[in-house]
Design a protein around this ligand. Structure first.
Ligand code: GCU
Length: 607
């Protein structure tokens, strides 16, 4: 697999001049667009035939030219020899991982070519971006045979200016996606989740004026709940460009002008607002315009901060009753990317009496954070700096900052997102702590309005769990993962566990739990029965509720999910079974135990 990555990497570097740098159009999902969703032809290319020749040199006539054999018999290139054809190849649906669309593709990991034709009518005076909601893991985008851009990172959106390559009438797009896991990737080679590859989220064309609003941040001031502050950025506009902002329901109607960087500072006071909160997920229609560009967004206004060991929402202490969710589609499997998938997951969250959700371990489809905004569910959002990332490689910090930046840029105006998580269960080494301290500082710098956290490993001495990871110094809230009753000790011994937390900061128990095969019953001493899992939850709830600074819990996890490291036949069969619900929607006994605990606020306390 390494050869493929070298070929793709070589192609990326060889034509670095040709590519445009991807950006993230904020609020792209609210802009009018031409969808490119639907069937795309595909070619599996495990030996990168479409990228490089037999000696590994870049193939100038690669698959991105989308040639057809019969139409090119006298084609000078390759002396008329064409050994591929998209039109004769099968199709997969976009959006969608390829793995779950065809059993022959379930275990495919490597280079995968997508191609589709589309009609296009350029709008005078506008520019057009190709919007890709996510492509796991590396993507190389071509329009009409022209290289447009490259992107690395499997869970964040990217937008590439395709204006110069698009033409009136018939066009075609070719996107090469390679999901080969990389030692120097984020995440790295080993994860406890399935490496679903492909164009896993929406693809579309978004046309905007030449100078347009590409980024903005509108939030409630932490010091004055009657002031909205932030900025609006107009791309490719001269200084002193006018910006107009209205929030009709809040009687806000203001004008501002951009500075030399294209940014117009925003400060609106007084603004009398109904603040967003669980149980009151108030969203305001916000209208932004500059020149001929207009866009609207639905924004909730609230503040989130810490004070000592408390988490304050709108200045009041809160407790976070949550659970972990992977982006695994209920019933059908594969990546979540439809309104129906999102509705099912949020219906389960509300049945569980959750006001909080940890979107593990990577940014999820934007539909998830939009739904969280609408339903009043607070969100822990995370980048996949997971386990043994190569922390001593400076190039990895660049990649981590890029993925964090794309995640923040996409969701910074979503009230539901209260925490940016920079890592999960990383080893407590000097290189790791130096790397993640920089990443935490970067998160605070690019978004000073939210809290920064990470899920930390907890060390044990006898029955005592000790929380003293040096990374804690850089975090506002400590996430801590522990599996008493599953990976250590029997369920009844959980009740002896004590905690020694060496920070005066809020703690979220970001993982705990155990596995059960739905429908398997027996004594609570028998591993994999629902009764065993239920005993873990009962005793964990009793033990955790005694931690004075526990401000949130997200057990692992809502639903069983596919994982290549869960191999026990007849029980796991390639799935991690720690869900409270099976991958086919069967609730396990532990679901009602946690549901009751949250209804009675028996776990975390606001103060
Ligand atoms: C780890 C990890 C999860 C994993 C879980 C498990 O803590 O964070 O990604 O799936 O525990 O072991 O099931």
């Amino acid at each position: 697999m390494k050869i493929l990555s070298l070929a793709l990497a070589a192609l990326i570097s060889a034509s670095a001049a040709a590519q445009s740098t991807p950006t993230v159009l904020v609020d792209a999902d609210h802009r009018p667009s031409q969808s490119l969703n639907g069937p795309w032809h595909y070619i599996l290319d495990p030996y990168s035939a479409g990228l490089s020749d037999f000696q590994g040199a870049i193939n100038k006539h690669g698959f991105f030219e989308n040639r057809e054999p019969e139409a090119n018999s006298n084609n000078a290139a390759n002396n008329g020899l064409i050994e591929y054809s998209f039109s004769r190849s099968p199709t997969v649906k976009v959006p969608g991982d390829w793995n779950t669309q065809n059993i022959a593709l379930l275990n495919y990991e490597g280079l995968f070519w997508y191609q589709r034709d589309f009609d296009f009518t350029p709008k005078p005076g506008s520019r057009t971006f190709i919007h890709i909601g996510a492509a796991n893991y590396r993507a190389r985008v071509f329009i009409n045979g022209q290289h447009i851009c490259d992107h690395e990172g499997g869970f964040t959106p990217f937008d590439c200016d395709a204006t110069a390559a698009l033409k009136p009438g018939k066009n075609f797009a070719v996107i090469a996606v390679d999901d080969t896991r990389l030692a120097d990737g984020i995440p790295t080679l080993k994860t406890d989740w399935y490496n679903y590859g492909g164009l896993t989220r929406d693809v579309s064309l978004v046309s905007v004026p030449t100078a347009f609003i590409d980024d903005y941040d509108l939030h409630l001031s932490r010091t004055d709940h009657k002031t909205i502050e932030g900025y609006v950025h107009v791309a490719d506009a001269p200084a002193n460009t006018a910006v107009h902002l209205t929030i009709p329901e809040a009687h806000v109607d203001i004008n501002a002008t951009t500075d030399a960087s294209g940014r117009a500072a925003i400060s609106i006071a007084p603004a009398s607002l109904n603040l967003w909160a669980p149980g009151n997920p108030k969203l305001y229609k916000v209208e932004l315009s500059s020149g001929s560009d207009k866009l609207t967004d639905d924004i909730g206004f609230r503040t989130i901060e810490v004070s000592g060991t408390h988490i304050l929402l709108n200045g009041k202490p809160i407790a976070l009753n949550g659970i972990n969710v992977h982006a695994e589609a209920p019933m059908r499997g594969g990546r979540v990317n439809t309104d129906a998938d999102v509705k099912t997951l949020f219906d389960w969250l509300q049945q569980l009496n959750c006001n909080f959700v940890r979107l593990a371990h990577y940014p999820h489809d934007e539909r998830m954070t939009r739904e969280a905004d609408r339903r009043g569910i607070m969100v822990w959002s995370e980048v996949p700096v997971y386990w043994a990332v190569h922390f001593d490689d400076p190039a990895l910090l660049v990649k981590a900052k890029q993925q964090l930046g794309e995640n923040v840029r996409r969701d910074r105006n979503k009230a539901s997102v209260i925490l940016w998580s920079i890592a999960n269960e990383t080893p407590n080494t000097p290189a790791r702590t130096a790397f993640l301290t920089k990443l935490a500082d970067h998160a605070h710098e690019i978004d000073p309005t939210r809290l920064v956290t990470a899920a930390l490993l907890v060390r044990g001495e006898g029955d005592t769990k000790i929380v003293d990871d040096p990374l804690g110094k850089s975090l506002d809230v400590l996430g801590t993962n522990e599996y008493a009753g599953w990976y250590e000790m029997s369920p009844e011994k959980i009740l002896n566990v004590k905690w020694d937390i060496r920070y005066d900061k809020p703690v979220i128990m970001s993982e705990f739990g155990g596995g059960a095969k739905a429908g398997l019953h027996g004594p609570e001493t028998q591993r994999w029965t629902e009764e065993f899992q239920a005993a873990i939850y009962r005793n964990q709830i009793t033990m955790l509720s005694k931690i004075p600074q526990l401000r949130g819990t997200t057990p692992w996890l809502l639903m069983d999910f596919r994982s290549p490291v869960r191999l026990l036949p007849g029980v796991q069969d390639g799935f991690n079974r720690k869900g409270l619900i099976s991958d086919t929607g069967q609730k396990k006994q532990a679901f009602t135990i946690l549901q009751k605990a949250y209804k009675e606020n028996a776990l975390a306390k606001p103060e």
